[in-house]
Design a protein around this ligand. Sequence first.
Ligand code: FES
Length: 107
Amino acid sequence: MTDHWTELELLDEPSDDEVLGARAGDRALVAVRHQGAWRVFADRCTHAECAFTDYAEVVAEDGVIVCNCHGAEFRLADGSVALEPAEIPLTLLEVRERDDRLEVRLD
Ligand code: FES
């Protein structure tokens, strides 16, 4: 069986409830550490493809990431849409920690 885990490189200093740029292979990603768990997804809003790293912020008390391009909100727990105009949920990548490094499953 092929191992599809890929190392996740954080482009910003790790900090809770911040939108952190990240990269795995050639994929531009976002990583958010919320309530001790990592959420990783593509750096593109599903509404009109604005980059979360340019436009988004985390509202920790609501458990959402807000895309300030047009105001869509997504739940960090499962990527579902909390507020339109986005209609398509975020696809959260599977994440694991190994030897103090993060890895994601890209497929
Ligand atoms: S691109 Fe994110 S809300 Fe429109």
